[in-house]
Design a binder for this molecule. Structure first.
Ligand code: NAD
Ligand code: MG
Length: 399
């Protein structure tokens, strides 16, 4: 067997998946693509199989999996095509795999993250919703499995890069984590006109090209709310130690403020290949494909408080992060489920943009967390919140 690192890329046809394959292709001597997984995009998956020749390609959807099977065998590919979500978890825990890139969107990625964590993999986490839903249960699986959880979200990678290597010192040295946020496409929009926003406008992010769900989350700033929750779990700080700073240029990707008020920031061009390459090569560094920052070409770096009355009116969902972190264990899972249902309904034009927040708030009010001690408890809570959110969407859609 070769001494290359074998990697499973979960969600390989998405924005993070494609960026990951771009980085991996720059280092063929170091990495071997063992498995690719996707939901429905057969053409993209076939092209990736032709290029990377993985041992396994998994499609979550039956119909699309059958198509891929046919086309892979017609092309004479050695890749084995597996169909169904249970096989995504199976490749994530396969003993031949060293690293797992978790780049599925939404709570759908939780089971495979848990599988990778329990099997002790290096787990590169882009799929923030999995950690928001899984919370302490997810972290316990990482600890017990002896996995290495490394953040891929640019803000969390920036914080990780700005912290000392020895995580045991973090509680003694950290004062605050300063998460930066671009403010998305509606940073300057009159809050009274948010009801007119179309999916196309919401998905047109000024600085980043991303999947549709996270693009809408960036426009509502629910993405930042999810990231506050993610930061709380990844770095073990209290919710009060996390602050959001609006920084429209997306040059500083986040910062750590230490006890002595010294601040360490991580900077670079907005390109997800940087945090991806860092996760793959940690604790070393390797070429990512990103261009270097041109300081002379930067007009200015500016900052705004996310707490100004105008931003609170524009982004009412942001404060829900602290609310759910202070509530019963499991409450973040309810918020995440409601938001997934609401964003999907908005993208299908069944509710208005401003109603995403209404669905989130009302689902939180209607569902209580109850037991949240296991993956099964959390998936049941997720399902319950989805039912409530779906009812709310139907009612809102009738008006
Ligand atoms: P995307 O929509 O572009 O891709 C999602 C991938 O997941 C696709 O490969 C799709 O086939 C797969 N998938 C979707 N639903 C699935 C299901 N039910 N079962 C199995 N596979 C499924 O999304 P993205 O923008 O690449 O984001 C992926 C994750 O990374 C999200 O959690 C997002 O918040 C996070 N993230 C993305 C970015 C970014 O720049 N795109 C930055 C930071 C974090
Ligand atoms: Mg981010």
């Amino acid at each position: 067997m070769s001494d290359k690192q074998r990697i499973a890329v979960l969600g390989s046809t998405g924005s993070i998946g494609v960026n990951t394959l771009d980085v991996l292709a720059r280092h063929p001597e170091q990495f071997e693509v063992f498995a690719l997984t996707a939901s429905t995009r057969v053409d993209e998956m076939l092209a990736q199989c032709l290029r990377f020749k993985p041992v396994f390609a998994v499609m979550a959807s039956q119909a699309h999996g059958a198509q891929l099977q046919e086309r892979c065998s017609a092309a004479g590919l050695p890749t084995r095509v597996l169909i169904g979500p249970e096989h995504i978890a199976a490749v994530a825990r396969d003993e031949r795999v060293d690293m797992v890139m978790a780049a599925i969107v939404g709570a759908a990625g939780l089971a495979s993250c848990m599988a990778a964590a329990r099997a002790g993999k290096r787990l590169l986490l882009a799929n923030k919703e999995a950690l928001v839903v899984g919370g302490e249960v997810f972290l316990a699986a990482v600890r017990e499995g002896g996995a290495q959880l490394l953040p891929i979200d640019s803000e969390h990678s920036a914080i990780f890069q700005s912290l000392p290597d020895d995580a045991a010192t973090w509680p003694r040295v950290i004062d605050k984590l300063l998460l930066t946020a671009s403010g998305g496409p509606f940073r300057e929009r009159d809050p009274a006109t948010l009801c007119d926003v179309t999916p196309e406008q919401a998905c047109a992010h000024p600085n980043w090209a991303m999947g549709r769900k996270i693009s809408v989350d960036s426009a509502t700033m629910m993405n930042k709310a999810l990231e506050v929750i993610e930061a709380r779990y990844l770095f073990g700080v209290s919710p009060e130690q996390i602050e959001v700073v609006i920084h429209p240029q997306s040059v500083i990707h986040s910062m750590v403020q230490y006890r002595d008020n010294s601040i360490v920031a991580q900077m670079g061009t907005p390109d997800m290949r940087v945090p991806i390459a860092y996760g793959l090569s940690w604790p070393l560094r390797m070429e990512s494909g990103a261009s270097s920052l041109d300081f002379a070409g930067l007009a200015a770096l500016s900052f705004e408080s996310a707490k100004s009355p105008a931003h609170q009116a524009r982004f009412p969902g942001l404060k829900l992060a602290w609310q759910v972190l202070r509530a019963a264990v499991g409450t973040p899972a309810i918020l995440n489920a409601a938001n997934e249902v609401a964003v999907a309904a908005f993208l299908e034009r069944r509710i208005r943009f401003d109603q995403i927040h209404a669905v989130n708030e009302q689902t939180l009010a209607a569902v209580s967390a109850g037991r949240a001690n296991s993956l099964e408890d959390l998936l049941a809570l997720d399902a319950q919140a989805r039912r409530v959110g779906t009812d709310l969407v139907h009612r809102l859609g009738q008006h």
